[in-house]
Design a protein around this ligand. Structure first.
Ligand code: SAH
Ligand code: SF4
Length: 349
């Protein structure tokens, strides 16, 4: 078990820690502001915190920037991917996308992923471990710090990096609560999109909790026969159950759902799949994002051609299902788990 960083602590936990050190009440708010409004990379920079206390804090609950293993910038200059190496050796990726005025981060919730989707680079590597709340939050603070000198801010976050957010439910939601805390980082909940492969009990829980963060469900196929081939977890929660949970979510929250669909040539981009999808989604408050597959080393599928994408979208429209085709950008740096830039842009609409 790694030592907890300051980013792992809630405000109440921080207050308790400081109270145990004999500190006055206002200290917690001071430290909180250094963390979440000034984004300091380490306790030593907390100028109005007495030196002795800074040392005690560092021992009790250290704060260290995530170590960068590598950085890549896309050829158009708008997308940057950072690979962090965690103290236990695990690697995670975070991607920053500059798009118009938006500064969107695609963040990871796990090192690796247990779901094994065949087309996904993270799925192909397997599961290593869940990320802590602090490790999820630290990815955001890293970029907030980097953007600050030019007056830029993180405006949107998508949980579409490595890992399945709803498999690491508690840490992910605690991180969301932390990032939306009005006394701290203060990002609007609607600016944070959670993407899931379709873990049915977790979707229901998410609906019951009336969470304000938008939800995207990675469907990718409209028949169990096809989805079983792409997404092994479909055998556990087949499409009918996923759709039931989706309807439940829409009823409970009144919110529109997004479905993600990576178009794979002659695999899930057929007329039959489009029709099956049209029937499934007809009448549901939702939108479909169509993204041509980004080829990965461990999977032979290819992206659908422009013509096939257009035909798929036209077929969906016949069922009254709205969809958007996303162009692939920032692909030269393989931005993240699903080379995610397009998905990121789409989630911001
Ligand atoms: N585990 C979550 C979130 C991370 S993956 C989920 O599956 O939703 C984020 C998105 O990238 C998902 O929609 C996923 O299906 C998609 N994706 C993964 N690999 C991809 C690839 N090679 N090409 C296109 N999309 C991909
Ligand atoms: Fe995991 Fe999502 Fe990749 Fe599937 S697509 S393996 S759920 S990260």
């Amino acid at each position: 078990m790694q030592q907890q960083s300051l980013y792992d602590l809630s405000f109440d936990e921080l207050s308790q820690l400081l109270a145990d050190m004999g500190e006055p009440k206002f200290r917690a708010q001071q430290v909180w502001e250094w963390l979440y409004q000034k984004y300091v990379p380490d306790v030593a920079a907390m100028a109005n915190v007495p030196k002795g206390l800074r040392e005690k804090l560092t021992t009790a609950s250290p704060l260290a920037p995530l170590p960068i293993a590598s950085e890549q910038i896309s050829s158009d200059g708008f997308t940057k991917k950072v690979l962090f190496q965690l103290p236990d050796g695990q690697f995670i990726e975070t991607v920053l996308m500059r798009y118009d005025k938006r500064r969107t981060l695609c963040i990871s919730t796990q090192a690796g992923c247990a779901m094994g989707c065949v087309f996904c680079a993270t799925g192909q590597m397997g599961f290593f471990r869940h990320l802590s709340v602090g490790e999820i939050v630290a990815q955001v603070l890293h970029f907030a710090r980097e953007l600050a000198p030019t007056g830029e801010h993180v405006t949107n976050i998508v949980m579409m990096g490595m890992g399945e957010p709803l498999h690491n439910y508690t840490n992910t939601m605690t991180a969301v609560d932390r990032l939306t805390d009005p006394t701290g980082f203060n990002l609007g909940a609607r600016k944070i999109t959670i993407s899931t492969v379709g873990l049915v009990p977790a979707i229901r829980r998410y609906a019951d909790e009336q969470r304000q963060t938008p939800l995207a469900v990675s469907l990718h196929a409209a028949t169990d026969e096809e989805r079983d081939k792409l997404i092994p977890v479909n055998r556990r929660w087949p499409i009918a159950e996923v759709l039931d949970a989706c309807r439940y979510y829409v009823e409970k929250t009144g919110r529109r759902l997004t479905f993600e669909w990576a178009l794979i040539a002659h695999e899930n981009d057929t007329r039959e799949q489009a029709q099956a999808l049209g029937k499934l989604l007809h009448g549901l408050l939702c939108h479909v994002n169509l993204i041509p597959l980004n080829p990965t080393a461990g999977y032979g599928g290819q992206p659908s051609s422009r013509e096939r994408v257009a035909a798929f979208q036209a077929e969906l429209a016949r069922y009254g299902v709205s969809s958007t085709v996303r162009v692939r950008r920032g692909i030269d740096i393989q931005a993240g788990c699903g080379q995610l830039r397009d998905r990121v842009v789409s989630s911001e609409q």
